[in-house]
Ligand binder design. Structure first.
Ligand SMILES: Nc1ncnc2c1ncn2[C@@H]1O[C@H](COP(=O)(O)OP(=O)(O)OP(=O)(O)O)[C@@H](O)[C@H]1O
Ligand SMILES: [Mg+2]
Length: 369
């Protein structure tokens, strides 16, 4: 074959988080994916505070134009080569739910899903972009290929489970404007749970709970056979831990961040002051995990096989070990580089220091490569 006819594709994955912008450039060559470049802006404050204890967003704190400019700066500075990008939509801006329907054929489902979706989605359908997929059952051939199994006759004894994803059109337009302003071609937009599932679960067919512990919230996503069965945002944030440490120990934000990152869960046990602050946070997280597990167990009659942590707050010393002991289940910090080649010299930086921070952007850049 002509040596220069190799198909090389590049794509950017752009994750605009609460406290950071993370961009990864991946390159597909033959059968493997390679890390071509990455760049981060961290420790900023792009989104507003969580309002009234709920996860209702108060929106971007800086203008869309400024987000575009920061993205452009990062791309130029890091000398990224492509202008094709996939961007993530935060869980708090998207709506994911699971509904049961009779085992209709594909054509019937195209009408039935939007019809049924109206009772699950809290806003008019005309205001959202709606997507859906059929989730696997134990006898997955029925659920995965309804067009092959359905007869056109509704069999009410046989249900299928459908994952609904709705994103407000206004949110989609906002990201389209941000991409345009940064001079990018947006090839896709997706809810960040999908990016995490792609970068962290590999080919694992078991039940996995992914927990993205960020600056503004912790997002819990249950995967089974690689499909998302549940995803929601809990009001547990890295920012909140820093704030409470600052107030209770009467130290400034910088010192509070240092204490959080240096001592974490492990040291807090022997430090009464810190234990009083970090303990309740971890206990709330444990409660939230147990709640999610019990919903999944009731609905699907399955247990969670393992927990994968990601996001900056997952790096809190002792967190994975503590949760594992408390819940009696394997808890690890996710490795988004499992299926990606990179220069060996980057091993320490990527695996030890940046892995959890880049999980979303890597998953985004992997999409369709
Ligand atoms: N070693 C560490 N120990 C404890 N917390 C840490 C550590 N490293 C980073 N963090 C915290 O992680 C948070 C940032 O995480 P991340 O980059 O995942 O957030 P984000 O993507 O910007 O936010 P979100 O996903 O919530 O919108 C900050 O609160 C930071 O203090
Ligand atoms: Mg994040």
């Amino acid at each position: 074959m002509w040596p220069f006819s190799r198909k090389v594709r590049r794509q950017l994955g752009i994750d605009v988080g609460t406290s950071s912008i993370k961009i990864v450039e991946l390159e597909k060559e033959d059968n493997y994916i390679k890390l071509a470049n990455y760049g981060l802006i961290e420790d900023s404050d792009f989104f507003g505070e969580i309002t009234n204890g709920s996860s209702v967003p108060s929106g971007l704190k800086i203008s869309e134009g400024d987000v575009s400019a920061l993205i452009k700066q990062l791309i130029d500075k890091s000398k990224m080569k492509t202008d094709t990008a996939v961007m993530s939509i935060p869980i708090f801006s998207s709506f994911l739910t699971v509904m049961e329907l009779p085992n209709l054929n594909k054509k019937e489902l195209e009408n039935a899903v939007p019809f049924e979706a109206r009772s699950y989605i809290p806003v008019p359908l005309s205001e959202v972009v709606l997507d859906w997929m059929i989730l696997p059952h134990e006898e997955s051939s029925i659920a995965l290929k309804p067009e092959e199994t359905a007869t056109g006759v509704i069999n009410r004894a046989e249900k299928i489970t459908v994952l609904l994803i709705a994103v407000p059109k206004e949110v989609v337009s906002k990201y389209q404007r941000i991409a345009l302003g940064a001079g990018l071609k947006l090839s896709s937009l997706e809810s960040e749970s999908f990016s995490l599932a792609r970068s962290l679960s590999g080919n694992d067919q078991g039940s996995i709970l992914l927990i993205d512990m960020g600056a503004r919230s912790s997002n819990l996503t249950v995967l089974y056979k690689g499909f998302i069965f549940m995803s929601h945002s809990a009001d547990l944030s890295g920012k909140e831990i820093t704030k409470v440490i600052g107030h209770s120990l009467n130290v400034d934000t910088k010192r509070a961040e240092e204490l959080k990152k240096g001592s974490g869960v492990a040291m807090a046990a022997s430090d009464k002051g810190l234990a009083q602050v970090i303990g309740p946070f971890v206990d709330r997280l444990v409660n939230e995990i147990e709640r999610v597990e019990s919903i999944f167990n009731k609905k699907e009659n399955k247990k969670i096989d393992k927990i994968i942590l990601t996001g900056g707050t997952a790096n809190m010393p002792g967190m994975a070990e503590y949760l594992s002991k408390k819940l009696g289940v394997v808890v690890t910090i996710g490795n988004p580089f499992g299926r990606i080649k990179y220069e060996p010299i980057l091993e320490q930086t990527l695996r030890r220091d940046l892995g959890s921070n880049l999980s979303v952007s890597i998953g985004l850049a992997m999409r369709g490569l």
